[in-house]
Design a binder for this molecule. Structure first.
Ligand code: ATP
Ligand code: MG
Ligand code: ZN
Length: 292
């Protein structure tokens, strides 16, 4: 029996029962899906609560508002937060026989999250590593993403199963955007993320320093009340691109709670401009060379 990942005759054990031979042996289906996605950006951090989901959601929204076709995949299986950030809670993806349609946020942005498949979002999900790995692969290959300019992935904190299997599923062309806060303790965790990405065989696209300074609602300026710049120093030390600083901004937290992504409503503020600077080099990425 040949290896099979998803032809019509696939068996639950991963074999193929087709008498005429498997029509989609091995990872052909996955490769087909990946071949339709130009750029894969995986947002991660060694540290929890630094703003990965906020950054991932706003990158995806900003790219889509720039006219790009974007998919946003939430692989945080224990605490999916993308449905709330984009006001998509309670949505259900349309299910086909062997495929799922992502949930549309707009014409240009489609979203997939385990949060859409759970009956109750307070349900605790206890899954062992191999199940998570299988789920992430399915979220890439069984979701009808179609032709995408960007697939943005929001990872849970750390360097565990989810970021590992995300990078392995997406392959060596996927690039990591690592998020940190300016504080030293976060920086140490982030240093680990940077070396993790290299060990898996992927590239770091760049580092984002979030919650850096305070965007003052009174004067509209950014005040550096705490240390800022730790992320920039780390980027220099690690030899990765520094993408920019996003200030602590009450409007970011508020728009997340309300489910109106910041980049849709506050693009012209100091924080919006900072986010746009981070996204600019992503928009400048050249199209991948297609080999026949
Ligand atoms: N620049 C910012 N200014 C103000 N609040 C922010 C900013 N970035 C993130 N937050 C807030 O910080 C909290 C944590 O953000 P978020 O959920 O994006 O972090 P995370 O790194 O994805 O967390 P987790 O590790 O749990 O997945 C949220 O309440 C969010 O609104
Ligand atoms: Mg998160
Ligand atoms: Zn001020």
């Amino acid at each position: 029996m040949s290896e099979c990942s998803g032809c019509a005759s696939a068996t639950p054990e991963g074999g193929c029962s087709s008498a005429s031979g498997c029509d989609q042996p091995g990872d052909e289906k996955l490769q087909k899906t990946l071949g339709r996605i130009k750029h894969k950006i995986v947002v991660m951090s060694g540290k929890g609560g630094v703003g990965k989901s906020t950054v991932a959601a706003n990158i995806a929204v900003a790219l889509s508002l720039a006219g790009k076709k974007v998919g946003l995949l939430d692989v945080d299986v224990h605490g999916p937060s993308i449905p709330r950030l984009l006001s998509l809670k309670g949505q259900r993806p349309h299910m086909g026989d062997q495929t799922m349609e992502p949930v549309p946020w707009s014409k240009n942005l489609s979203v997939m999250s385990l949060g859409f498949l759970l009956e109750d979002d307070r349900q605790a999900v206890i899954w062992r590593g191999p199940v998570k790995v299988g789920l992430i692969k399915q979220f890439v290959e069984d979701v009808m993403w179609g032709d995408l300019d960007y697939l943005v992935v929001d990872c849970p904190p750390g360097t565990g199963d989810e970021p590992l299997s995300t990078l392995q599923t997406l392959g060596p062309t996927a690039m990591a955007v690592v998020v940190t806060t300016p504080q030293g303790v976060a920086i140490d965790d982030v240093r680990r993320s940077l070396s993790f990405v290299g060990q898996v065989g992927n590239r770091v696209f760049g580092l984002v320093e979030n919650m850096s300074g305070f965007a003052c609602p009174d004067c509209g300026k950014v005040h550096n009340i705490f240390n800022s710049g730790g992320g920039e120093d780390l980027a220099k030390e690690a030899g990765v691109r520094f993408l920019g600083k996003i200030p602590m901004d009450p409007a970011v937290a508020h728009s997340g709670d309300e489910g109106f992504p910041f980049m849709k409503v506050h693009r012209d503020t100091a924080t919006g401009k900072a986010m746009n600077e981070i996204i600019a080099p992503m928009l400048d990425l050249p199209d991948p060379v297609v080999t026949a």
